[in-house]
Design a protein around this ligand. Structure first.
Ligand code: 6PG
Length: 261
């Protein structure tokens, strides 16, 4: 993969979950050891739910100092926090309500508010937490991302003006195909992360995964392809079904199994 990303293909759902949990816990342990806290931006959608559920249970739950963890979101739907489509609600139900985490360690995007003011409010939340002003970018310890069959990631969709955003940390693009606004981190924030982990599962993603990781032409402008942490680690965790279209060469880029901590 030309961006130097690692590709790990997992043989089954159990291995996919274990490796994702191992990566998450490893990132948390390293960040807490180095700086006394761990900042992670969660992905939405359905794929990460199994990871969140694993983290709430032994052995993973017992390996994380929850008091040092701060949870953010990479994107959010413009709905209230108790709405079935809310990414916050999914994370709260599967993980956050099941671990000893203080409310002040959970920094949700206010999907219930007017989109652009919610985006600006969240940008201020990030600037305050990370202590960044002006043109500096917050550096998350870990950002989890999924991908759509159309090559979107977070809520950055193909052709969106949000892809060209070079100043703001958080924007609220109107997504035509969804007929709704979304809240999303911008590419400079994603690419400033210490680690980005794509979690991709299911046969429906295999053609997009193949197009991206086989470096097929005409994928350069896709949002997923624009994720390339400048001084961070990029890891693709892909299950067997989603890896169905990967060419051997791309597979050979598969990194060694995640380093245990
Ligand atoms: C969202 C996500 C979005 C998601 C992909 C994959 O809010 O929906 O942030 O980018 O990660 O659409 O979603 P699935 O995991 O449901 O396939």
């Amino acid at each position: 993969m030309d961006s130097g990303g690692e590709i790990v293909v997992c043989p089954d759902a159990a291995d996919f979950g274990r490796r994702a949990a191992e990566e998450f816990v490893g990132a948390a342990e390293r960040a807490i050891a180095a700086a006394g806290r761990f900042s992670v931006a969660l992905a939405g959608g359905s794929t990460p739910r199994s990871l969140y559920g694993l983290l709430a249970e032994a052995p993973w739950r017992n390996r994380i100092d929850w008091s040092r963890c701060h949870f953010f979101w990479g994107d959010e739907r413009c709905v209230p926090p108790d709405h079935p489509d809310s990414n916050y609600r999914m994370a709260r139900e599967s993980l956050l309500s099941r671990v000893p985490l203080a409310n002040e360690n959970v920094h949700r995007m206010a999907g219930e508010k007017a989109p652009d003011s919610a985006a600006r409010e969240y940008e201020q939340t990030l600037r305050t937490f990370f202590g960044v002003t002006g043109s500096r970018w917050p550096r998350f310890d870990l950002i989890l991302l999924g991908i759509g069959e159309d090559g979107h990631t977070a809520s950055l969709f193909p052709g969106s003006e949000a892809l060209a955003e070079s100043r703001r940390l958080v924007v609220a693009p109107y997504v035509e195909k969804l007929r709704s606004h979304r809240l999303t981190l911008t590419l400079p924030v994603i690419n400033a992360a210490a680690q980005v982990m794509f979690l991709v599962s299911g046969e429906s993603k295999s053609s997009m995964v193949g197009a991206i990781l086989n470096n097929e032409t005409n994928t350069e402008t896709l949002p997923v392809k624009r994720v390339n942490p400048k001084s961070g680690r990029l890891l693709w965790l892909v299950d067997q079904e989603a890896a169905g279209s990967l060419k051997p060469m791309a597979r050979s880029a598969a990194g060694t199994p995640p380093k245990s901590r």
